[in-house]
Design a protein around this ligand. Structure first.
Ligand SMILES: *[C@@H]1O[C@H](CO)[C@@H](O)[C@H](O)[C@H]1NC(C)=O
Ligand SMILES: *[C@@H]1O[C@H](CO)[C@@H](O)[C@H](O)[C@H]1NC(C)=O
Ligand SMILES: *[C@@H]1O[C@H](CO)[C@@H](O)[C@H](O)[C@H]1NC(C)=O
Length: 421
């Protein structure tokens, strides 16, 4: 029984959360199709544990320079000691030096900078921005392939994985902002997808980073999560929280790991669970993603995250709040925060004059329309000329970054917004 619960939980969480969740699910579906009754060799590329530490240059080499663009590899150290990699595309294909401000692109969970480089140069936001004269900076949060170093910890140490998106907002994002600002001497535009929006909302609501910010584009915005329509997703969050101690013990959550694959396979054999529908159930039906490219993506993704990060997200799905990590008891919360419940991030505290471009999808099952409405209600006092909201009726979660028509549908209006600020 315990196995069943774990399986359900993990299956749903892998599938549920953000960008390359799709990839994870596809990996598993592929396996299930090949081997309907077997749980051996579950993944095309099972990750060893400890995970590999590939060359931090690999994104520049394999994703940017290959397309004919200049790419620089940079690194920055956070206040809590993580050494993070950034890639910079300083000029477009024309070779003309950027004449527009820097843009920092922040990926979502289970992903990294590859998010913005996945499609052709005409379709991928990072290349489009570079070709339009922006100085493009690609962030990679702690634990991803470019950002697995630390001043004193190794990814093999449990302590390395003791973080959730609280720390991404409090340490990683400020380190990126400061670094890009220092390097360029300019305020920056920001683009976040999914968890990359949550990190920004959390920071901005505490009046952080806004001094170095020109404007922010938030795609598939995630702040409130408890109107996620899928009952399975909600049930998964509950089950995951029910086994919090067990999962926290895993520290690093490796989506391509054997353990996760085995559990997924297990649950896909349960009656009543239709794994063929998982992608749609969890990310929504992505109208415009080029499926034939998914194998390219699999070579690089999905990336690890901290199990604690997933538990924090599950808390949001259960609670409907946007608050710091809940340690689950008064004593520990008081020790951490000086109060019995975790402090709330107040979305109404985002400075009203901060220019925000929000784009959300009518078919997105993670950034659900009703949850976005709750967020917009919190932003009702925002300066009207500083807030642009776009609803793309036929878009689901992944269309915002992988959609082959996102250049016209989302990125053109996004750049028009940047030009105003
Ligand atoms: C994780 O970090 C918190 C503080 O952020 C600390 O109180 C706690 O003891 C750490 N947990 C472990 C297992 O090291
Ligand atoms: C989809 O991807 C394949 C393989 O990379 C490519 O040949 C094709 O042109 C892509 N289609 C579109 C519409 O981008
Ligand atoms: C959130 O911030 C708004 C604006 O600063 C304030 O009016 C409101 O009382 C705050 N809400 C909470 C729960 O602190």
């Amino acid at each position: 029984m315990a196995d069943t619960i774990s399986s359900t939980a993990i299956l749903l969480l892998v599938a549920l959360v953000f960008i390359p969740a799709q990839t994870a699910a596809r990996t598993i579906l592929y396996t299930v199709d090949q081997n309907p009754n077997s749980i051996s060799s579950p993944s095309p590329s099972p990750s060893p544990s400890p995970s590999p530490s590939p060359s931090p240059n690999s994104i520049c080499e394999s994703m940017v320079e290959l397309q004919g663009y200049v790419c620089q590899q940079h690194q920055v150290t956070t206040k809590d000691g993580y050494i993070l990699g950034l890639q910079r595309i300083p000029v477009g294909r024309s070779g003309k030096t950027a004449d527009k401000p820097p843009v920092l692109l922040q990926h979502g969970i289970f992903s990294d900078a590859v998010t913005w480089l996945f499609n052709s140069p005409e379709e991928s936001l990072a290349f489009i921005l570079a070709d339009n004269g922006y100085d493009v900076w690609l962030a990679n949060t702690r634990g991803t392939i470019s950002s697995r170093r630390h001043q004193s910890l190794s990814p093999n140490d449990p302590d390395y994985w003791n973080w959730s998106w609280d720390e991404l907002a409090a340490y990683d994002l400020p380190a990126f902002f400061q670094y890009v600002h220092d390097q360029t001497g300019q305020k920056l535009h920001y683009v976040g997808h999914s968890l990359g929006t949550l990190m920004a909302f959390a920071a901005f609501s505490q009046d952080q980073l806004v001094n170095n910010l020109r404007s922010a584009a938030l795609l598939s915005p995630i702040a409130y999560l408890n109107r996620i329509p899928s009952l399975l997703t909600k049930a998964a969050a509950e089950l995951f929280l029910g086994e919090e101690i067990y999962w926290l013990g895993l520290h690093e959550f490796i989506p391509k790991g054997q353990q996760v694959a085995k559990l997924l396979e297990n649950i896909c054999n349960k009656p009543g669970i239709n794994c063929n529908n998982l992608l749609t159930v969890f990310t929504g039906s992505n109208c415009c993603v080029n499926n034939s490219k998914i194998n390219v993506f699999l070579d690089h993704e999905p990336q690890s995250t901290a199990t604690k990060n997933l538990i924090h997200l599950a808390q949001m799905i259960r609670g409907g709040t946007i608050a710091k990590f809940d340690y689950g008891n008064k004593e520990e919360n008081i020790k951490q925060y000086g109060q019995p419940t975790p402090p709330i991030y107040n979305m109404s505290s985002i400075p009203n004059e901060t220019p925000l471009f929000l784009s959300y999808g009518g078919k997105d099952q993670l950034s659900d329309v009703k949850d976005v409405q709750v967020l917009l209600e919190k932003l009702k006092d925002h300066d009207q000329d500083k807030l642009v909201v776009q609803l793309v009726e036929n878009y689901a979660h992944l269309d915002f970054v992988f959609g082959v028509n996102a250049n016209k549908v989302v990125y053109d209006p996004l750049m028009a917004f940047f030009r105003l600020h």
